[in-house]
Structures are given as C-alpha cells and as structure tokens.
Design a protein around this ligand. Structure first.
Ligand code: GLA
Length: 380
C-alpha cells in the first residue's frame, strides 16, 4: 500500500468520509554544499521520494486536530491560543501555526491524519518535511499562497524560535521548492534557485549507516559559532565573502581549528559552484570527484563525520560504477549519498552492503531515490 492510500484509508476510518485535501511534503538529500547554508553560501540538495503525507479537511471552529499514525498520538489545539509544551513532533506543527499568525495570516482550522517514510534523525530532513507539509496545509485550507522561499522562511523561523533548533535554510528551501528529476542549486543569500539536471544515466543513492548520534545540536551550534568567529576575524558578515586566497595558508592571529572550519566552508562553496558547472555539462565523473572531496573536507577540516560514515563512503568509492560519495546533512551519523551509474545499481547496493557489514558489523539501509517536487497538494 502506498502512503497515499494508507493515509486516505486511515482518514476514512476515522471520519467516515473521504478527505478533502491531500498534502505531500518531501525529505531531502544534499548532493553537495554542506554546512554552508548558514554562511550564506550555495547548496545543491534534491527533494526525495520519501515524504510526510497528510489527509485532511477544514474545520470551522478554528481548531487543528491531527492524528499521527507513526507516533500513534494526537494533537489538538486552537489556532487562537497556541501554547508551548515539551518538544515533540507536535511543536513543529504548532510552531508553524504560530509563525503564520505572527506574520499576519488568517488561519482556518482543520482535521486530519498524517504518516510518513522519511527516517527520523537520519539527516534526511524529516522535520523540514513536516514543517513544509503544515505550511502547505494551512495554505490550502485558509486560501492563501506564497512562494517556496517564503514557505521555507516560515518553517525555519518555527524551528529556530519555537522548537529551538538553530538550523539554516537549506532543508526547508528544498522541501518547499524541489523539482521533479532535478537537484536545486540554492543561493542561501538571495534564496534564488536553479534546477540542475542529474548527469544522464546516473542515479542518486542514499546510504543510511543506521548510526545516530545525540548531541548533534550542540556540535552544530559549536560549528556555527566557529564560522562566526572566522567571519569576524576576516571582517565580513558571512564566510561566503572570504576568498580562496585568503584561507590558502593559516593567517596570523587565526587559530588552526577556526582556520580549518573556515577553509571547509570556503572550499565547499567553490565545490558546489563547480558541481553546478559539472551538472550543466552532464559530467558525472567531475561531479563525483567534487562529492568525494567534499567528504574529505567535512571529515578532516569541519570534523563532522564519524567512523560509520567514513566506512560507508570508502566502501562506495571502491565500487565500479560509483562516481562519488560523501556524508550528507549535519553529520555525526545518519546518511551518506552516492552518485552511481544507473546500470550498476543492484551490484552497487549488494557490494556496499557487504563491504559496510564487514567493516562495521552493521547493516546499512540503502535506497535509490528519485528527485521529486517540493511540498504540494496531491490529487485525491
Ligand atoms: C542541517 C541543517 C541545515 C544545514 C545542514 C548542514 O540539515 O538543518 O540547515 O546546515 O545541517 O549542511
């Protein structure tokens, strides 16, 4: 049964009528451009065929009632009086409603059922998918529209100011604005986007190490602070404005850790722009090389990888038909991403699984993914 069917059936069971609206909001995988969004740089994610699904209908009493099939839990609140509670999935929903109200939107209530298949805590942006699903839902029931970057800014503010997670803008931008069959080059300063084709005959594979690390938030915040101190050292507002020349050798007065952090951001930004060129010229080999260099930089300079991610990337890189691989997302566990020749997908999956198991005694979850549209209302 597809999630489309599952969520529709669950709605019918609960409300004895079919839903009036169906929303799908995808997770994402980032091809290249890691830890640069909060430095105003360029990123290259794609929305994937793993998503949050909500089946719903409007309510006239200003209440939101949502049943999560995956958590087996309910959420009930009046849009007129939103109160913060212990942080769970519910806070993402309420946080989005709170930001929309803060920004002057009139909200209609609704009721529905939700499910999803974006693995949580794996670095595939299940939270951004939920946020964009909720923004989309309110757009549909309340009858207003906005572009993908506005949707993304609302989700990011909900996460920053309501949930209390200091994320950048990448995940929400791609979950809101993804395009079928393409990655999106996003300028995180202007929020301009351009759709980039994947090299012909290649597919994107997600390699979930199944390792998850707590304390990601504190390490993430620490990296953000290091980037800020580097940009104040260089007297710019954001590291994007520092040139390659400026960080080639360690400047006097800048400690070596902060220098390495800055070097990652600046080289990664260059790599992402080079990746866009490679994609324009249909060059999988070049794109793959840039992805692997990105991994090395995240591992050695930004220091956000872990043993499992390093193992799975090394396994992938040894296999015939793999253009390149790297860790993806915030790091410290979760997923890597590989670009491979589509003809070798089955042998690639078999070989990575065996190699990773031999190195770590863990079983990876591996799936080929399709690049999809961003959050949308789907035909019932
Ligand atoms: C998380 C954040 C994003 C981005 C990535 C790292 O996914 O939510 O904003 O910073 O980490 O590239």
């Amino acid at each position: 049964m597809t999630l489309h069917e599952k969520v529709t059936q669950a709605f019918i069971e609960k409300y004895k009528e079919p839903p009036e609206i169906l929303i799908r909001a995808p997770g994402r995988v980032n091809l290249i451009g890691e830890h640069v969004d909060y430095n105003d740089g360029f990123v290259m994610p794609l929305a994937i065929d793993r998503a949050v699904w909500i089946a719903l209908r409007p309510r006239s009493d200003g209440h939101v009632h949502l049943h999560s099939l995956d958590y087996g839990e309910e959420l009930d609140f009046a849009v007129a009086s939103i109160v913060k509670e212990r942080s769970t999935w519910r806070e993402y929903v309420k946080g989005v409603a709170w930001v929309l109200l803060e920004e002057g939107f009139n909200l209609t209530g609704w009721e529905g059922v939700m499910t999803g298949n974006v693995p949580m805590g794996a670095g595939l942006s299940s939270s951004a998918a939920l946020e964009m699903g909720i923004v989309r839902t309110f757009m549909e029931v309340s009858g207003f529209s906005m572009d993908a970057s506005k949707m993304a800014l609302i989700g990011q503010r909900a996460e920053n100011d309501w949930v209390g997670v200091n994320c950048g803008i990448m995940d929400q931008m791609i979950s809101a604005g993804g395009e079928n069959g393409h990655a999106l080059l996003i300028d995180c300063r202007s929020l301009d986007t351009s759709a980039m084709p994947l090299p012909e005959g290649s597919v994107v594979v997600v390699l979930d190490t199944t390792t998850r690390r707590g304390l990601v938030d504190s390490a993430y915040n620490e990296r953000r602070m290091q980037c800020e101190s580097a940009s104040s050292f260089f007297k710019v507002s954001m590291l994007r404005d520092v040139s390659m020349q400026q960080i080639e050798s360690q400047p006097e007065g800048l400690d070596s850790i902060t220098w390495k952090r800055a070097r990652h951001v600046i080289t990664e930004n260059e790599r992402t722009l080079a990746a866009a060129d490679a994609m324009k010229s249909n060059d999988g080999v070049q794109l793959g090389e840039l992805m692997y260099n990105s991994h090395i930089s995240l591992r050695d300079d930004f220091e956000v990888s872990n043993d499992a991610l390093n193992s799975i990337v090394e396994c992938a890189m040894q296999i015939q038909g793999c253009y390149g691989a790297r860790m993806t997302g915030a790091g410290f566990g979760g997923c890597a991403v590989a670009l491979i020749e589509s003809d070798s997908r089955q042998s690639f999956i078999d070989q990575v699984t065996a190699c990773y198991r031999e190195k770590t005694e863990l079983t990876a979850n591996i799936y080929v993914c399709e690049a999809t549209n961003g959050a949308e209302a789907v035909d019932l």
